[in-house]
Design a protein around this ligand. Structure first.
Ligand code: PLP
Length: 454
């Protein structure tokens, strides 16, 4: 029963990013099945999953092609590794397919099991690259405050979540950060595009402060996901590209969320107009059905790794796991077959943007942003203060959490990052389902507003 599961859960399972005492007091919600964009809990309640699990179930739940791929591969060959000059057909075929769908210049992949491991791989690969170039002093990788790159020592260090750094003595050496391109926080009163340029130039300032000959790479998410779906001004990424080119530093696009169609292109860097050297991926590569992640390696780094010889002393038991790769193959083929990238770019992405703009008329909403099927709405006290920007609620009111509570109670999974309510629904979502989702969102906003007015 639900109560049995909750008791065993509280007694034994230390959940990620969870206050254990709060969980024991309240009990977990036990999710038992899913289909399309919907989840059901152990009490039979239906939930609209506007977060695609954790930004990963791109093709939606219940896709038999992925289930069949996993089953067949498990029967045929459940595991073999890719160490020591062996490999398996699914790993090879997936590497080839990834090369086909990647931006020009990406012909190689290094497999890991998660986004965090992908980013750990990035740190080691970037430093190996500069060693091979005879510039081993190029060690520093620059990330952004409020960026998220995973939870391992290197991933959490690259990220800029200060509450994560506070536990475990992070960041590890050789990692630095600049501020995020969040207009509401750093650009109030400025023209948004002018702010985009200013925010990008913080990278140049940082490079000059450290010394260009010590900087190895810059890493960023095309659209910050866990930081609150922060869509940068259009001027931002091209300026970042110019700065990376000018100082010869590697550009790493963390596409763990933005990869595999989420922004209306196969990869977010294509939407933002950058030419990265490395692309981290995970989540959408298998639509989350099984774990898989890795790094797409562009020509510049691949050439050095391959042509300059020697072993890259890095890898995981499950790098190129055949079952995970078989599922990824089925998933990518399904994304193609269903035309999901175009569906996001031409149909549901623009439709969601329209619906989010209309939400700005709601008394609680001070700003909205979307990019493909990522969306954020900012809950605010006043739509515009003296500087024309929204006025925040007192943080102690935890208005985002209040709204999230109403969502959960009313059949909607939406996430709160401070007072930014965010969504990233499965790419298979239809216009009719977006209408349904907007109805749920409005209902939860009204309930939140009613609480605040009491
Ligand atoms: N990078 C980004 C942009 C992410 O959003 C995440 C997870 O949400 C990660 C890396 C870490 O991925 P994982 O949780 O698979 O280790």
């Amino acid at each position: 029963t639900t109560a049995d599961w909750q008791a065993a859960d509280a007694a034994h399972f230390l959940h990620p990013f969870t206050d254990f005492q709060a969980l024991a007091r309240k009990g977990s919600r036990i999710i038992t099945r899913a289909h399309d964009v919907y989840l059901w809990d152990s009490e039979g309640h239906q939930l609209f999953d506007a977060m695609s699990g954790l930004w990963c179930v791109n093709v939606g739940y219940g896709q038999e092609a992925l289930v069949d791929a996993a089953t067949q591969q498990m029967r045929q060959l459940p595991f073999y590794n890719s160490f020591f000059q062996t490999t398996t057909p699914p790993a090879v075929e997936l590497a080839e397919l990834l090369a086909q769908i990647s931006p020009p210049g990406f012909q190689h992949v290094f497999f890991a099991n998660s986004g965090s491991e992908g980013n750990d791989t990035v740190v080691r690969m970037v430093r190996r690259y500069w060693d091979l170039q005879g510039q081993p002093e190029r060690q520093v990788i620059i990330g952004r405050w409020n960026g998220y790159h995973g939870s391992t020592m290197a991933g959490a260090s690259l990220g800029g979540m200060k509450y994560m750094h506070a536990q475990g003595g992070l960041p590890i050496p050789g990692i630095d950060h600049i501020d995020q391109p969040y207009w509401i926080e750093h650009g109030r009163g400025m023209d948004r595009e002018a702010f985009g340029l200013k925010a990008a130039r913080w990278l140049e300032d940082k490079i000059l402060e450290i010394g260009a000959d010590k900087v190895a790479a810059f890493i960023g998410e095309p659209v910050q996901g866990a930081g609150g779906v922060i869509v940068p001004p259009a001027s931002y990424w091209p300026e970042i590209q110019r700065i990376c080119d000018r100082y010869g530093i590697l550009l790493v696009s963390d596409e763990v969320i933005t990869g595999f169609g989420r922004t209306g292109n196969w990869f977010g860097c294509q939407t933002m107009g950058t030419r990265p050297d490395l692309i981290t991926f995970a989540k959408g590569v298998t639509s989350g059905y099984v774990p898989l992640g890795g790094v797409l390696v562009g020509e510049r780094v691949a050439k050095a790794l391959i042509e300059q010889g020697g072993e890259f002393e890095h890898g995981y038991t499950y790098s190129g796991h055949p079952v995970a790769c078989a599922v990824a193959l089925a998933n990518i083929r399904l994304i193609r077959q269903l035309g999901l990238v175009e569906h996001v770019r031409e149909d549901v992405g623009p439709y969601l943007a329209q619906q989010f703009e209309a939400l700005r008329a709601h008394p609680l909403i001070g700003d909205t942003q979307t990019c493909g099927l990522m969306g954020a709405m900012l809950l605010c006290k006043d739509k515009a203060g003296p500087d024309g920007a929204p006025v925040a609620f007192d943080a102690s009111l935890e208005v985002g959490m209040l709204c999230r509570g109403h969502c959960f109670a009313n059949g909607l999974v939406m996430r709160a990052v401070g007072d930014r309510m965010i969504i990233a629904p499965p790419l298979v979502i239809t216009r009719a389902q977006i209408d349904e989702l907007m109805g749920l969102i409005r209902r939860c906003l009204d309930l939140t507003l009613a609480d605040l007015r009491q």
